[in-house]
Design a protein around this ligand. Structure first.
Ligand SMILES: [Zn+2]
Length: 441
């Protein structure tokens, strides 16, 4: 998710966090789904692109008189005539692709049938109330788009105020790569809008086409913390490192990603450091690699875990507890938890990130099912600390069980490692849409 802002700088010592509130509060409104507006369901793929903090002086409703579309399939402008300057949030969603504009409570006085037909990148749009004091416009778009500019032009003479949103087409890879929140410092300096107005325009990701896709691979445990141990003495920290190197190799060779590993040798790394490593490298995806042990030696196959407050089942809960113990094993002071993780704002943004992680987890499970064994209910969730980067979609891959002799044999087999690394790479490619972007030949 990429977050940009408009007009926030004068009040925001941590502008990106404040912008995050605006987004999250709007996104968290209960009771979405009046007839005219699509509800944001939990599987939505979201990326916020613009947030305006214009204060509405009184609590009265905005009046939107008319709306129109201009432009073509490369660049489309959506304009709404409004009776005064207003706060708004614009964000894009994928699967299906949409652009959402959230406004304070607005009375739409559009002509009948307005929005039923589209133009350029927009095929149709809907509008309506989505909760107390909140209205929304949803633009249906045929493919991934970038919000190039979004601003309000104040009323002048007989011209009403106008909300202007400019969309340009982009690739799915760029759209998905833009998910991680970029710190405010990395935000390109906003350019003034092309017309009169109190707001500054934003150019999300305007730095150039083909945003770098960073994947962080996190081999679990290491150093003083061996992780699980097989009966024969195989250590989790060793097999997951060997596999992670293979995976980094496969992903790196594709030439599509910049790959970083949290460790490339037998070294202990606290869980919080793994999380901050992914954030510092602006990862678009974090894959933490593990190999579990269970008391029932018959259990075998891979499992993909995503983060959730409540564990999907007792096995997942127990595993999270075990994996989270890594710091305690190494004697890391747990009171040192970064306040970033506890921050409630970040918690809200995290909901969006989690949706992406779930999306990737499902893709990954699909790939693993086809090429290797998976456990029953192979996608599970629990409170893994290593998955808590609020802005990096993160999954934990348990390759198999060291307590199962067959799994152990696989885990130590270079050919098996290669095959599974290829499966993971396929899932990564699917996630970033590389396959869809490739021309069939
Ligand atoms: Zn582990």
């Amino acid at each position: 998710m990429i977050l940009q802002r408009i007009g926030l700088k004068e009040i925001a010592p941590r502008p990106f966090a404040l912008a995050a509130i605006a987004l999250a509060m709007l996104a968290a409104q209960p009771g979405f789904a009046p007839a005219a507006v699509a509800a944001a369901d939990s599987d939505d793929q979201a990326g916020v692109v613009a947030v305006s903090q214009q204060k509405v002086a009184d609590g009265s409703r905005i009046v939107a008189q008319a709306s129109r579309l201009a432009g073509d399939e490369k660049r489309t402008r959506f304009v709404v005539d409004i009776d005064r300057n207003a706060a708004f949030v614009v964000f894009a969603l994928a699967d299906p692709y949409r652009v959402v504009i959230d406004l304070p409570e607005t009375e739409f006085r559009f002509a009948d049938g307005q929005g039923r037909t589209g133009r350029g990148l927009v095929s149709a749009y809907r509008y309506g109330l989505i909760g107390p004091g909140k209205s929304r416009i949803v633009l249906d778009v045929g493919g991934p788009v970038k919000v190039d500019k979004a601003y309000v032009v104040d009323a002048v003479d007989d011209q009403p105020a106008r909300l202007v949103v400019d969309l340009v087409s982009t690739t799915r890879a760029d759209f998905m790569a833009a998910l991680a929140l970029r710190p405010a410092a990395k935000t390109p300096k906003p350019a003034p809008p092309p017309a009169l107005g109190t707001h500054e325009a934003v150019r999300p990701g305007a730095a150039g086409e083909g945003r770098e896709i960073v994947v962080v691979i996190d081999p679990g445990h290491g150093g003083i913390d061996p992780g699980a141990t097989s009966r024969k003495g195989t250590l989790e920290k060793d097999v997951v490192l060997a596999f992670s190197k293979k995976l980094a190799d496969v992903l790196g060779k594709s030439g599509r990603y910049t790959v970083h590993m949290t460790r490339d040798h037998d070294e202990f790394i606290p869980l919080a450091d793994r999380v901050s490593f992914a954030r510092e490298h602006k990862a678009s995806l974090l894959i933490s690699v593990h190999a579990d042990s269970v008391s029932a030696g018959s259990v075998s196959g891979a499992t993909v875990y995503t983060l959730s407050e409540r564990a999907s089942d007792a096995v997942a809960a127990a595993l999270a507890e075990k994996e989270n113990r890594s710091d305690a094993i190494a004697g890391v002071d747990l009171s040192e938890e970064t306040d970033a993780v506890a921050d409630i704002l970040i918690d809200l943004v995290q909901r969006e990130t989690k949706n992406y992680a779930v999306f990737f987890a499902r893709t990954l499970v699909g790939e693993l099912k086809r090429h290797t064994g998976v456990v029953k209910n192979p996608h599970r969730s629990a409170g893994f600390k290593v998955l808590k980067a609020h802005d990096v979609p993160s999954v934990l891959l348990e390759l198999g069980y060291l307590t199962n002799p067959d799994d152990e044999k696989h885990l130590l087999d270079a050919e098996w490692q290669e095959k599974v690394a290829q499966s993971v790479a396929s899932a990564v490619a699917d996630y970033f849409g590389e396959r869809h972007a490739q021309a069939p030949d």
